[in-house]
Design a protein around this ligand. Structure first.
Ligand code: BV8
Ligand code: ZN
Length: 255
């Protein structure tokens, strides 16, 4: 559907081309970015700032430098994001991706650190940039239970101590300047190499190395369909660009 603001349900002019490109049977890889969760109310990295987000630039805070400089602010920001995601629900796009796995092999590879794909029913999700809910000790690396985030946003909060070594908890995400974990990356590359189609949803294509994944498919001659209301760094190279939002088009695209 074209989300032209008047609720029209005219099929998207490129929908049949996109459905043809995805085919109807072979293994599908779905690569998602922050735009996938936008319609669940989770802000993207580059859209207008709201709430606590207003005072923080994610690209600045999601770094080891910010963590070394002001650990309590960074920890508070991540706990606020956990709370925000905990109050969010998977949107129609997440649900459509989960449903598609009933009829074909679907591998979800996400840059997102939320759990909305899992809560929509997708299994085996590969998190290239880690997870908001995988806290670990900054010293010995042991997974840590840190309890629920505070009910109200706070500007500063001290991360708890590791019961094993006395180190401090850190968020289980990959910061800018940190290497990606091998397992999800290798899984993503091998899934793409074996795919008959790749669907890219809600990413600006600016963050590497994740942004290089669709290019692997393009180089292999595998059709790539992009869903994004705006052009991205990937758009020039994809087979079809559906200029619309995830929740608006995925239920039809993957039906
Ligand atoms: C690495 C977890 C090797 C944290 C994230 C200089 C020094 C060091 C590194 C670099 C450097 N220069 C470049 C680099 C590499 C760097 C990088 O790519 N930087 C960019 C900014 C230039 N990458 C790294 O550092 C990576 N590691 O390279 O290691 C290395 C090591 C040392 C030195 C050199 C190299 C690690 C990157 C991982 C960072 N962590 N997340 C956290 O969440 O707090 S990345 C973060 O950005 C999120 O995961 C997010 O998903 C991701 C990418 O953003 P997008 O998902 O694309 O989101 P964005 O907001 O940008 O776009 C949203 C899109 O959705 C838009 O296009 C919009 O139009 C669309 N949209 C909006 N609404 C909807 C929609 N689409 C559909 N439906 C809608 N409703
Ligand atoms: Zn420890």
């Amino acid at each position: 559907m074209i989300s032209d603001g008047v609720g029209s349900d005219r099929p998207h002019p490129d929908m049949s081309k996109a459905r043809l490109a995805l085919g109807d049977g072979g293994p599908l890889v779905v690569l998602t970015g922050a735009g996938m969760s936008a319609e669940s109310g989770v802000p993207t990295f580059r859209d207008s700032r709201t709430g606590l987000w207003a005072r923080h630039d994610p690209a600045d805070l999601a770094t080891p430098e910010a963590w070394d400089r002001d650990r309590d602010s960074v920890w508070a920001w991540y706990r606020w994001r956990e709370r925000l995601v905990g109050c969010a629900e998977p949107n129609a796009g997440h649900l459509a991706i989960a449903r598609a796995a009933r009829d074909r092999s679907v591998t979800v590879v996400t840059q997102n650190v939320d759990d909305l794909h899992e809560r929509a029913g997708s299994a085996g999700v590969h998190h290239l940039h880690g997870s908001l809910f995988a806290h670990r000790c900054d010293e010995c690396g042991a997974p840590m239970e840190v309890g629920p985030p505070p009910a109200d946003p706070v500007d500063r909060l001290a991360p708890p101590d590791c019961p094993r070594c006395g180190g401090r908890a850190r968020p289980g995400v990959v910061w800018f300047g940190e290497m990606l974990p091998r397992q999800p990356w290798d899984a993503a590359v091998s899934a793409i190499s074996a795919a008959t189609a790749v669907l890219v949803v809600g990413t600006s294509g600016l963050v590497h190395p994740a942004a290089s994944l669709p290019g692997i498919a393009v180089d292999l001659g595998i059709p790539v369909v992009e869903v994004n209301p705006d052009p991205s760094g990937l758009t020039d190279g994809v087979t079809v660009h559906l200029r619309d939002t995830a929740a608006a088009v995925l239920p039809t695209l993957l039906a």
